[in-house]
Ligand binder design. Structure first.
Ligand SMILES: Cc1cc2nc3c(=O)[nH]c(=O)nc-3n(C[C@H](O)[C@H](O)[C@H](O)COP(=O)(O)O)c2cc1C
Length: 199
């Protein structure tokens, strides 16, 4: 059965919520899914003083485990318009997997969160997608089959490059139903594509 990993980093829980919705979509497609997170690398006193959400229940992933999945969907919030160092540090340890082509041909996807609407969502998604392309992966985004991203009636996340949400300057906005729907839709597309390729 097609195996999908939703791998995420989240300081304040927005991407954690999006990861849950992404996994729901994968399951709806009929694939199996694990949700794992990458290790926190900020010193504990920094994480505590910045009020990071430290009670996340997803298990911590090991780099070698990436090879066990048919698809890997990576979620991480924006840091200065690119992926955070916590996620980059994890992926930077995958050189051995890259060397032996262990991730070639797998399915990949990206999702993100910013504080502001134009705070770097697409640049962050591409920083993740570029990494996945180097791994040899085939990318599934969030096409306009997800019409929620077209709305002008309210603030919405979502882009053809991947599901997104907008957290607000102090993290006060939680992912809306439309944002979560985008994650579910992308998860379902990844699941369906993975099943087509890997059964
Ligand atoms: C060091 C740092 C840099 C950030 N850079 C940006 C940025 O460039 N653009 C932006 O819109 N938000 C930026 N943010 C806000 C985060 O993207 C926001 O807290 C995050 O999307 C919330 O997701 P999370 O709850 O999963 O951590 C930054 C936050 C931190 C701590």
């Amino acid at each position: 059965m097609a195996k999908v990993l939703v791998l995420y980093y989240s300081s304040y829980g927005h991407i954690e919520s999006m990861a849950g919705a992404m996994a729901e979509g994968v399951r709806a497609a009929g694939a199996t899914v694990d949700i794992k997170r990458v290790p926190e690398t900020a010193p504990e006193e920094v994480a505590k003083s910045a009020h990071f959400k430290l009670d996340q229940s997803a298990p911590i992933a090991k780099v070698e485990e990436l090879a066990d999945y048919d698809a890997i969907i990576i979620g991480a919030p924006t840091r200065f318009g690119r992926m955070p160092s916590q996620m980059a540090a994890f992926l930077d340890q995958a050189g051995g997997l890259w060397m032996r082509g262990a991730l070639n041909g797998k399915v990949g996807g990206a999702f993100t969160s910013t504080a502001t609407q134009h705070g770097g969502q697409e640049a962050t998604l591409f920083s993740i997608i570029a990494n996945l392309l180097h791994f040899g992966m085939t990318i599934v985004g969030l096409p306009y089959s997800y019409q929620g991203q077209m709305s002008l009636d309210e603030i919405v996340g979502g882009s053809p490059y991947g599901a997104t949400t907008i957290a607000g300057g102090s993290g006060q906005r939680q992912p809306s139903e439309i944002d979560l729907g985008g994650a579910r839709h992308q998860g379902e597309l990844v699941g369906k594509t993975t099943i087509k390729l890997f059964g």
